[in-house]
Design a protein around this ligand. Structure first.
Ligand SMILES: [Fe+2]
Ligand SMILES: [Fe+2]
Length: 303
């Protein structure tokens, strides 16, 4: 197994990105609630034809709130995992150790950024929006899996972030500039994480047998199933926030349509768009061609 990424280059790129949370949010930089937050490719609110344009925008903003909150949630298990990975390396190769410590520090900064975003959101949005969790229980469950299963989930998340920004956010002129700036600054640092994760996955798998790798992949799928249940719960929370925020009670059939379309939209956002990312599939294919083929067969359910 080999890849062209190297720790010195990744660290160098990471050190050249120097934004602070205070530069991105607060101090007069506020969200514009007359604009959309999420690209339609991820939000998929237009399919809910029984909603008015204003109601669709309200739902789009609820989805934006959930999006950054869920990132905050997953980053709470990424930080301890990356620190655990870095700990035995501390007396080893300097660039490698520093690259992983920088990675963890950036994720801690992102958690802080998303918390600040949530405060700003609540200042301007009429109702409180619930989010799945609590983060420590989610982290505990995910971290109970084999390190390779967890590292694959993290790799999936990092490439997914890249795809969301480049394919759907970057060229979308309809989005709120403040929300877009948040996604942009996050994306800039995640680009290095995706590469470090690739190296981390490869180094964990290096000493494993093909059977152990396949078993760890099954653990990745198990975590995916766990997250999918959470996404269904999140969709129900979003429905509740929508009905309260829009002051509208949907009929039973409208609720069914809402749940079906929005759960699938959440599946695509957090699961399908990561598991079908070319670079994720390439790494998985190098570890286990059979499991790559299996994932490609499963993926359409989440797209
Ligand atoms: Fe992050
Ligand atoms: Fe990250």
């Amino acid at each position: 197994m080999s890849y062209h990424y190297n720790f010195k280059d990744v660290l160098g790129r990471s050190e050249r990105i120097t934004w602070r949370v205070e530069d991105i949010i607060g101090n007069g930089k506020s969200l514009d609630f007359s604009k959309l937050f999420m690209p339609e490719n991820l939000a998929r609110v237009d399919g809910l034809t029984f909603l008015t344009p204003t109601e669709r925008r309200t739902l789009n903003q609820i989805r934006g709130h959930a999006y950054l909150s869920i990132f905050g949630l997953v980053e709470e298990f990424i930080v301890p995992f990356v620190l655990d990975h870095a700990r035995p390396l501390i007396n080893g190769e300097d660039y490698r150790t520093r690259a992983f410590l920088e990675f963890a520090a950036e994720e801690a900064k992102h958690i802080h950024l998303f918390r600040r975003f949530r405060q700003e959101f609540l200042r301007g949005f009429p109702v409180e929006c619930k989010v799945i969790g609590p983060a420590d229980a989610v982290a505990k469950h995910i971290l109970s899996h084999h390190p390779l299963s967890v590292a694959l989930v993290i790799l999936h998340i990092e490439w997914m972030t890249q795809r969301h920004f480049l394919d759907s956010v970057h060229d979308d002129g309809t989005l709120d500039e403040q929300f877009k700036s948040l996604l942009k600054h996050h994306w800039m640092e995640e680009a290095q994480h995706a590469q470090l994760d690739t190296l981390m996955v490869e180094s964990i798998a290096e000493t494993m047998t093909p059977a152990e790798i396949d078993k760890a992949f099954d653990g990745y799928l198990e975590i995916g199933g766990f997250l999918d249940n959470g996404l269904k719960q999140q969709t129900a929370f979003d429905l509740e926030a929508f009905e309260t925020g829009a002051k509208r009670t949907l009929s039973p059939s409208e609720r069914d349509q809402f749940m079906a379309l929005q759960h699938q939209a959440n599946r695509w956002t957090y699961l399908g768009s990561g598991m079908t990312h070319k670079n994720f599939l390439d790494t998985l294919g190098r570890l286990s061609p059979g499991k790559r083929a299996m994932l490609e067969e499963i993926a359409p359910t989440f797209c």
